[in-house]
Design a protein around this ligand. Sequence first.
Ligand SMILES: [Fe+2]
Length: 376
Amino acid sequence: MVHLVRISHGQATLCSRYVKTNKSLIEDQLKSFIVPNVIGGMLEIGPFLARGALFLARVVSGHYDATKGIGVANTNLAFLGNRLYALCESDLPYEIKTRDDGDIITLGHDDFDGKLVMNMTAHPKIDPETKEAFSFRYWATHPYLAYFRFDANGNKQSDVPIFSMNTPYLTHDLAITKKHAIICDIQLGADPMNMIRGGRLVDVDPTKIPRIGVLPRYAEDESGMKWFEVPGFNIFHAVNAWDETDEDGNDVVVLVAPNIKSVEQFLEQTDQIHPSMEKVKVNVGTGVVSRETLSSDNLEFPVINPAYVAKRNKYVYAAFFEKRAIKSKIMTATWVVKLDIEEPEENAGPRDHTVGHRVYGNNCYGGEPFFIAREP
Ligand SMILES: [Fe+2]
């Protein structure tokens, strides 16, 4: 559901509308949920397979046209070119439009003249200066991930398949710098072979060492991709990244992201996972990776002023999650926190970079913060 709040001349109006995806239109007609939810339905393998088989039968018999979309559009909103899209990584982007009277309408899914296949991340990164959007899609068949970009007018450019990802892993987000794209290869995967082995479709691989992949931003193939092993670094969201240079002239990529410390809890006890904010420096020339914990609090859903995407930034805002178990088993944000992520003063040593917070109050909970610059 998309919410639109319009504040003008001392008055506020609110409009909330479901994005009319192919899935929602058909399920509304049938008054039943028929498309299996890969993420939510993976815990109980039996019901998931049964629902999957039933859905496959509908597709084969022509009662559901899967080419028009099987997903939702409930994760993020982004402009690609001048068009506004509702996004979820399980489907194509759905273009939406806000009307002068404050209403929200769905224009339909967009495959960008046939150049975008099946799905893309819900978190494309928009360079505020070039207006280009950098994105990727992942899927369960090889190559498991393809990187691509949209030009300033929203025209999708060619896929860059990443063949060096050896198994399908849940890659939810990416980061960009002025020179690079950064893709993380984490321990949480969605491998259909797991089901053949009697396991879950989505599961954690404790034997895998997470990697950070650094690719030239305008790569036309993956020949320039460099992977760096970063043990225990499992991220869903990236805050930001930027380029630095060491004293010998080597490229250094700085990535800031909340690292999920207990990724094995992701599937069954979401309220128990612990993301803490990290700054990782990857020396692309020497291969040395250094890490700093910016805050060990339970922080996720980070945002920054979008004017600083791909450039060094000072402030990060994130949702703070209480460290107590909540019966709903979902992450419930009770604060919004502000971090100053600049380097500590020389010799000052490590410090918690939290510089401010706001508590939502009793029985009030938040989600992902949204940053609106006072002076855009
Ligand atoms: Fe997300």
